[in-house]
Design a protein around this ligand. Structure first.
Ligand code: 5AD
Ligand code: SF4
Length: 495
């Protein structure tokens, strides 16, 4: 039980998270469980009612939100974007950095008046933040207008938890800290009919010293290859054009299976499915083996984009981060990848201001960025996460130094991104048209095989098609182009 004195209401089903428990990695086999049918009394509970899910963080979270939406729609709820209309508002949260958490607390505070005005609204907090004890305690103490808290291992329990929240009038908290099972066949409402996320594994066993994910997401659990293959086949049958395979560390796929089958084997099987584009994220350099490079070099429906976080360019910092590779090993891996796939698009994640990082060590990060020439990078200032090993390391770098390093890194990366995009000037690229540009309704936007965003003038009927676009004006983050030919025109020529 929580160690704080809660005068406040909370349900008898209260299960608090426990970070010590979360560290344990059980030896027992992962259970694969089918999603249970929605209890009868909940099957139509949402008829005529609306839900709103606000999602923070990574693609894994976005995909979890699609599952929550699927479960809610199975109970009859309909989606809305308006808080005033919603009967349920769920925050699917991220715990990776503190500022993401602050935003959620801000939003919860802001919604207090809405809850007072409309007490029937169910306000829920889900995802990674509830996996932290201190977050649950803070909500119990200071955000008593919240009705429901559940963790990353409890999504399939949403119908039961919602029932308790609706009928018990008590705060319902259920956050399992155990490693978690794999729940198959959960309902999902995918964001669009073109691109789909597909989980291939859950959790992470890497325990990078700064990272909270191995605690919030549990141990590595791979889905069975046949379940993944069946899901991708079904998506292809439904007309999806692209799948992105998701895992915190996709290269560790299969390590926990009792068959000799890894990520390269999975990709080799999936590429035979008639789906135009396959992507994956995120890769860990340690497990990126030669066989995987060999399979990716087949191209076809395997896109030549690899997101390969390096975090720091200095071997001593990498050691303190427990990344399990050196600067030289990372560079060697990049060399191998570039040799096999010369036009590969490489993107990365970088942390600046890790505890004790000196100016010289930061310079190693800058020089690695230059040496590799990433197409783009997500850059972060180190954020201490309670319960992780790095949080107790001495951190004496002043905040303004960290900010200044981040700025220098971003300036450098922007120059490189611009240069990389410049290489595409006047080239004709294949674009999957995804929709209308956010900034100009006459402009369509889509992505290249390398995942670069392209904007060009075209008819909205092209959405969902592959077209050829000539790049006219490369910019730092996007490419402006001109339509050259559509899928149909290409087919006409072929005939
Ligand atoms: N502080 C800053 N950035 C972090 N990341 C993970 N944990 C932290 C942290 N504590 C970054 C890493 C990771 C990305 C998803 O988030 O770069 O690759
Ligand atoms: Fe976090 Fe490292 Fe696992 Fe990525 S590989 S989720 S950074 S612990």
């Amino acid at each position: 039980m929580s160690n704080i004195d809660i005068n406040n209401k909370y349900t008898k089903y209260f299960i608090p998270p426990n970070i010590q428990e979360a560290k344990k990695r059980g030896k027992q086999a992962v259970q694969i469980i089918d999603f249970e049918p929605i209890p009868e009394e909940m099957a139509n509970i949402g008829k005529g009612k609306y839900y709103l899910i606000r999602t923070y963080g990574c693609q894994m979270n976005s995909h979890d939100s699609e599952t929550m939406a699927g479960i809610l729609e199975h109970m009859g709820y309909q989606p809305t974007d308006e808080e005033n209309v919603a009967d349920i508002i769920l925050f699917n949260t991220c715990a990776v950095r503190e500022n993401a958490e602050d935003k959620v607390f801000g939003e919860l505070g802001r919604l207090k008046h809405l809850k007072l005005e409309k007490p029937h609204i169910i306000l829920g907090v889900a995802g990674c933040m509830p996996q932290e004890e201190k977050v649950v305690n803070k909500i119990l103490q200071s955000y008593q207008h919240v009705d429901l808290i559940f963790g990353t291992h409890n999504i399939h329990r949403l119908p039961i938890l919602l029932r308790d929240a609706l009928f018990n009038k008590e705060m319902v908290v259920e956050v399992w800290s155990k490693e978690g099972d794999i729940i198959e066949n959960m309902p999902k409402v995918r964001q669009d009919g073109l691109k789909a996320w597909v989980n291939i594994m859950y959790g992470c066993d890497k325990f990078c010293t700064y990272c909270i994910v191995p605690y919030t997401r549990g141990k590595e659990r791979s889905r069975r290859p046949e379940d993944i293959i069946a899901e991708v086949r079904e998506l292809a049958r439904q007309g999806y054009k692209e799948v992105t395979l998701l895992g915190q560390n996709v290269n560790a796929y299969g390590n926990d299976l009792d068959i000799d089958y890894g990520f390269a084997d999975l990709l080799d099987d999936l590429r035979k499915i008639d789906i135009p584009r396959i992507r994956f994220t995120t890769s860990h350099p340690k497990d990126f083996d030669d066989r995987l490079i060999e399979v990716l070099a087949n191209r076809g429906n395997l896109m030549e984009h690899i997101h390969l976080p390096f975090q720091s360019g200095n071997t001593d910092i990498l050691k303190k981060m427990a990344r399990k590779y050196t600067r030289e090993e990372y560079l060697e891996l990049v060399k191998k990848i570039k040799k096999a796939i010369p036009d590969v698009v490489l993107t990365t994640d970088i942390i600046v201001g890790f505890p004790g990082e000196t100016e010289e060590q930061f310079q190693d990060t800058l020089s690695l960025v230059k040496e590799v020439g990433f197409d783009s990078a997500y850059t972060f200032i180190y954020s201490p996460r309670e319960g992780t090993p790095a949080a107790s390391m001495k951190d004496d770098i002043p905040e303004d130094v960290k900010k200044e390093r981040l700025q220098r890194l971003m300036d450098l990366q922007n120059q490189i991104s611009r240069k990389k995009n410049e290489q595409l000037r006047n080239q004709v690229v294949e674009v999957l048209v995804e929709g209308i540009s956010k900034t100009n309704s006459e402009v369509l936007s889509g992505r290249t095989r390398g995942n670069k965003l392209v904007n060009f003038k075209g008819d909205p009927s092209l959405i969902g098609q592959f077209v050829q676009v000539k790049i006219i004006e490369p910019q730092t983050w996007t490419l402006k182009g001109e339509l050259v030919s559509t899928q149909e025109e290409l087919l006409d020529v072929a005939n």
